[in-house]
Design a protein around this ligand. Structure first.
Ligand code: FES
Length: 178
C-alpha cells in the first residue's frame, strides 16, 4: 500500500513533540549547571609534579635554577594545560626552596642568575637572593614562596609543587585567583 501523506494534525503533533523535547532538555541542562558548584576561575589542580627526586638531588647546591612545570587550569568547563617555570634552589641533600617566577613588583618573569647566585627581574631590575629576599629594586616584597612536597609519581619519588599566584605591587603577600 502506498504511503499516505501525513495529515496536518499529525505534523503539528510531531512539531510540538520536537520543540517541547528540546525545551525540556535545555531546561534540564540549565538546572543541572545551576546546581553544579562553580569552579573557581583559574583554580589550580595542584600539587603538580615538578621533577624526579633523582634529578632534583643532582641540582647544584645553593644555585638558583628554573624548572618547567605543566599546570592544569580549570576555566569554566574547560581544563587547560600550560607550562610555567618555577624558581628552585637546592639548599641541602634533599631540601629545596621554590618561588613563583612572577615578580611581586608588576608581574614580569623573574630569572635565575646562576653565576651571581641570585634571581633577577629583567623589567625593572629587582634583585633577590637565593632565599627569595629582596636585595634591591622596586619590588615591594621578596619572591613568593611555593609549597614543595615529595610523593610517588611514575614509580619513583618526585618533587611536587603547589602553584599559587599572589597580588603584585603590595608589601603584603596575598594569594589571588589566577
Ligand atoms: S616587574 Fe619586576 S622589577 Fe618591575
Amino acid at each position: 500500500m502506498a504511503a499516505q501523506p501525513e495529515s496536518g494534525d499529525r505534523r503539528e503533533f510531531l512539531r510540538v513533540c520536537v520543540v517541547g523535547g528540546a525545551l525540556a532538555v535545555g531546561a534540564g541542562l540549565g538546572a543541572w549547571s545551576l546546581s553544579r558548584p562553580a569552579a573557581a576561575p583559574g583554580a589550580e589542580v595542584a600539587p603538580v609534579p615538578l621533577a624526579p627526586m633523582l634529578r632534583a638531588k643532582a641540582l647544584p647546591l645553593d644555585e638558583p635554577v628554573a624548572l618547567d612545570v605543566a599546570l592544569t587550569r580549570r576555566e569554566g568547563w574547560r581544563v587547560r594545560s600550560t607550562r610555567r617555570q618555577v624558581l628552585v634552589v637546592r639548599t641541602g641533600d634533599e631540601t629545596f626552596k621554590a618561588f613563583s617566577p612572577v615578580c611581586p613588583h608588576k608581574g614580569c618573569g623573574v630569572q635565575p642568575n646562576a653565576k651571581e647566585k641570585k634571581f633577577v627581574c629583567p623589567c625593572h631590575d629587582a634583585q633577590f637572593d637565593i632565599a627569595g629576599e629582596l636585595k634591591s629594586g622596586p619590588a615591594p616584597r621578596g619572591l613568593d614562596p611555593l609549597e614543595l612536597t615529595v610523593a610517588e609519581h611514575e614509580g619513583a619519588p618526585w618533587l611536587f609543587v603547589t602553584w599559587q599566584e599572589f597580588v603584585a605591587g603590595i608589601p603584603e603577600r596575598t594569594g589571588r585567583q589566577a
